[in-house]
Design a protein around this ligand. Structure first.
Ligand code: SF4
Ligand code: SF4
Length: 392
């Protein structure tokens, strides 16, 4: 399982590696490289390429020979910046996940990573909190349950962060109020909602991901789910792009896209535009992996009285918050936090508020602000839109 030896490289993987011109464009955009972590996507590609170059096939394993280290492999946030930048169209993330798969299969994992996997097994969420209490707090707010409202047009998939993290719960509340104000026909799942498997997949636990996906698909089928909305770009990416392989075909909509539609259709009572300097942080799973960059900006333009601030590292050239690829759940040696680097980029245009569209970006950026001397606010797009409705 996975990639540990030159013989594990498929012919296609070898051809792709051969295309590398060693230009270093991938390094120049890599957040892990910029933070001083032990990862250079260029070096990974060049080292893998060297194992079969010049008729000099190395038979020793990548890890056992010291060619590639475990820290290198775990340093990647799966942000896709290298893939976007590479002129040879090399997909570095595929190699890195394959290398992780080998480490997982060999059980070469320390406690932080095994804890995530056992939480997924025992509690169906990465936080390790009780699964039967998952969305209790939302039920108490009177949000309709799919069990009682089986014909709802949309399932609102809350995801782990929205279900358990107090700050992300505030985003869910704002979005629920937006849905209710626009009279959107939606329902949530209570304790039957489970983690969608993104962390397992990104951390190289493919078997566990497939099991999770198939179990979730069975539940969605039971309720005849056709349309899913979610505020979590990680869940969005999995449900939209990975579930179809297992028979799960849904119309999956990110909350920024739905909010944009509702604003365009005049279904939200926004009357007070804010005179606030706002910069938008594009989440990798939305901008780079799914090309969604315009809708969040257009939605924000409905509630702001000043043009949105833009920085160079935005849209498909965005820079990761540091949480992707399972990195939210474990630590790797680094000189500076990726979130600190990102905060510096975002605050270079002196915003009063950083708008985000992902609960993990929210948590990472708020953490970066806390450890800085800055006073910039971090708010989810749904919160900014709901604020504009409240001041009506
Ligand atoms: S950007 Fe692509 S071609 Fe350039 S060094 Fe990186 S992998 Fe090689
Ligand atoms: S996916 Fe992102 S973190 Fe991983 S190697 Fe590429 S640029 Fe670096």
């Amino acid at each position: 399982i996975g990639l540990s030896n030159v013989e594990d490289l498929s012919w296609k993987q070898r051809v792709n590696l051969a295309a590398c011109i060693n230009c270093g464009r991938c390094d120049s955009v890599c957040p892990a490289y910029a933070s001083g972590r032990e990862l250079s996507p260029r070096a990974i590609v060049q080292k893998l390429k060297s194992t079969y170059d010049k008729f000099n096939i190395q038979t020793e394993g990548f890890f056992s020979s010291g060619l590639i280290t475990e820290n290198e492999v775990w340093s990647c946030t799966n942000c896709g910046a290298c893939v976007e930048e590479c002129p040879a169209m090399i997909n570095h993330v595929d190699y890195i996940i394959d290398l992780r798969r080998y480490l997982v299969a060999e059980n070469r994992l320390e406690q932080q990573k095994t804890a995530v996997f056992s939480n997924l097994d025992q509690n169906y969420n990465a936080f390790g909190l009780p699964s039967y209490k998952r969305n209790d707090w939302l039920e108490e707010l009177g949000v309709p349950l799919l069990e009682q409202h089986r014909n709802a047009e949309y399932l609102y998939y809350i995801g782990d962060a929205g279900a358990y993290d107090p700050r992300a719960q505030q985003v869910v509340k704002s979005f629920v109020k937006i849905l209710q104000a626009a009279e959107v026909d939606f329902a949530i799942m209570s304790h039957q909602e489970r983690n969608e498997g993104e962390i397992a997949k990104r951390m190289g636990e493919e078997g566990r991901f497939q099991l999770i996906a198939m179990e979730n698909i069975a539940t969605f089928e039971f309720y005849d789910v056709k349309k899913i909305i979610t505020h979590d770009p990680h869940s969005f990416n999995m449900l939209k792009n990975e579930y179809p392989e297992f028979g799960g075909h849904y119309e999956v909509i990110h909350h920024t896209v739905l909010i944009h539609q509702l604003l365009e259709q005049n279904r939200l009572p926004v009357t007070t535009k804010k005179l606030e300097k706002v910069v938008f942080h594009d989440p990798c799973n939305l901008s780079r992996w799914n090309s969604i960059v315009d809708e969040p900006r257009q939605a924000l333009s409905h509630v702001l009285d000043t043009p949105l601030l833009e920085i160079e590292q935005s849209k498909d050239r965005s820079f990761c918050c540091g949480a992707g690829g399972g990195n939210y759940w474990y630590k790797v040696p680094e000189q500076e936090k990726i979130s600190t680097l990102r905060l510096r980029q975002l605050t270079s245009v002196n915003p009063q508020t950083i708008a985000v569209a992902c609960p993990y970006c929210l948590m990472m950026m708020e953490d970066a602000v806390r450890t800085s001397e800055l006073t910039v606010k971090v708010r989810d797009l749904a919160e900014l839109v709901y604020d504009a409705m409240e001041y009506r």
